[in-house]
Design a binder for this molecule. Structure first.
Ligand SMILES: CC/C=C\C/C=C\C/C=C\C/C=C\C/C=C\C/C=C\C=C\C(=O)SCCNC(=O)CCNC(=O)[C@H](O)C(C)(C)COP(=O)(O)OP(=O)(O)OC[C@H]1O[C@@H](n2cnc3c(N)ncnc32)[C@H](O)[C@@H]1OP(=O)(O)O
Ligand SMILES: NC(=O)C1=CN([C@@H]2O[C@H](COP(=O)(O)OP(=O)(O)OC[C@H]3O[C@@H](n4cnc5c(N)ncnc54)[C@H](OP(=O)(O)O)[C@@H]3O)[C@@H](O)[C@H]2O)C=CC1
Length: 307
């Protein structure tokens, strides 16, 4: 108990908005990723933003890429100011391979290399299977699973195949025991965990490592908010996690730094579970989540019919 609380206290400013850490203490040498370039999908917010920051604080230049260019520009400015490294904001939709291709070309033109790909972009919301439209299920699979494959394949073909590289996927432990109101996200992330192993086998001979971080509930993020995490009713569920707290973005970024760097040079095809032990024990309370979902109608679009 004292150990986990102690670590939380080291990072008091971690909770909340996408701002850079004020008192960051390096985990590894600040030169660990010197002269490397990381391409981070969804790097303008939440866990992806913090991953960009921690990689940059270890010497890396970054590309942060997603759909909302204004948000990305603001994030890139903050990241460069805080770390002194370059950060290039680029617009893409991971569902559209041609947009990924254009962003990768731009990256290679600007930086001349890509060393690390972080597949972090995703979409999620709470919804029981009976209310989930076919299109809603497809949309989440297209963003999370097709998006991860599309980005990996484009970067492999344009760069990693000839130069090697390092892919880290951001998954989730929510599907490991089945989670209520999450059939879409759980199915998508399970496919990604399988993809990690398949691509590690196929691309290992080209010098490409492929690994995954599987987070549990991470406070101060959109994903946590969308699933009702900050609500008082969930306090009991969080207490059922062995480490008795949510994780934070910096902890996820440190795990990513390990897999993205030579610190893990003989690791591939691995899934690093970083959830405080949550999936081993915590209650998957269907009634509680359904109650929350029913009370949060403004979160959901009005659908005419299942498509
Ligand atoms: C938190 C729980 C607390 C305590 C539990 C304690 C212990 C539990 C222990 C272990 C559990 C471990 C972990 C769980 C905790 C955390 C969460 C895990 C995973 C998290 C994943 C993520 O967070 S992903 C990142 C979240 N951020 C985003 O989603 C931002 C990006 N999102 C979007 O862009 C949209 O939301 C989108 C995904 C819908 C895509 O947008 P777009 O392409 O524009 O698509 P639309 O046209 O809008 O919609 C497409 C169809 O989808 C339908 N839809 C959209 N929103 C909803 C909704 N809210 N509900 C139902 N259906 C929806 C929409 O209607 C469209 O379908 P049609 O049929 O109408 O066409
Ligand atoms: N938060 C949590 O508790 C947990 C999160 N995770 C995983 O962590 C990762 C980050 O989640 P979190 O930080 O919470 O959420 P955010 O909403 O902050 O991050 C998701 C990012 O994905 C981008 N994105 C969404 N759709 C697309 C798309 N079609 N093309 C390109 N980019 C897209 C968004 O940017 P834009 O809108 O500009 O496109 C956004 O920056 C996700 O993979 C999530 O599944 C896993 C377990 C728990």
């Amino acid at each position: 108990m004292a150990t986990t609380e102690g670590h939380s206290e080291l990072l008091p400013e971690d909770i909340g908005t996408d701002d850079c850490l004020i008192n960051y203490k390096h985990i590894y040498s600040p030169d660990l990723l010197k002269q490397e370039v990381a391409f981070i999908t969804g790097g303008g917010s939440g866990i992806g933003f913090r991953i960009a920051e921690i990689l940059m604080r270890h010497g890396c230049d970054t590309v942060i890429a997603s759909r909302n260019l204004d948000k990305l520009k603001e994030a890139a400015q903050k990241l460069t100011t805080a770390t002194g490294r370059r950060c290039l904001p680029l617009c893409l939709d991971v569902r559209k391979p041609e947009s990924i291709s254009a962003a990768v070309d731009e990256t290679l033109k600007e930086f001349g290399r890509i060393d690390v790909l972080i597949n972090n972009a995703a979409g999620n919301f709470l919804c029981p299977a009976t209310s989930l439209s076919f299109n809603a299920f497809r949309t989440v699979l297209e963003i999370d699973t097709m998006g991860t494959f599309n980005t990996s394949k484009v970067i492999y073909e344009k760069w990693f195949k000839d130069h090697g590289g390092n892919i880290v996927n951001i998954s989730a432990t929510l599907g490991y025991r089945g989670q209520a109101l999450q059939v879409h996200a759980g199915s998508a992330k399970a496919a990604n965990d399988a993809m990690t192993k398949h691509l590690a086998v196929e691309w290992g001979p080209s010098g490409v490592r492929v690994n995954t971080i599987a987070p549990g509930p991470i406070s101060g993020t959109e994903g946590f908010r969308r699933l009702g995490g900050p609500r008082a009713e969930f306090a009991g569920a969080l207490q059922s996690i062995p480490l008795q707290r949510t994780g934070n973005k910096t902890e996820m970024a440190h795990c990513t730094l390990f897999l993205a760097s030579r610190a893990s040079s003989y690791v591939t095809g691995a899934i690093l579970v970083a959830d405080g032990g949550a999936w081993l024990t915590s209650a998957n309370d269907f009634a509680m989540l359904l109650g929350y979902w029913s009370s949060e109608k403004e979160q959901r679009p009005v659908k005419s019919e299942n498509k």
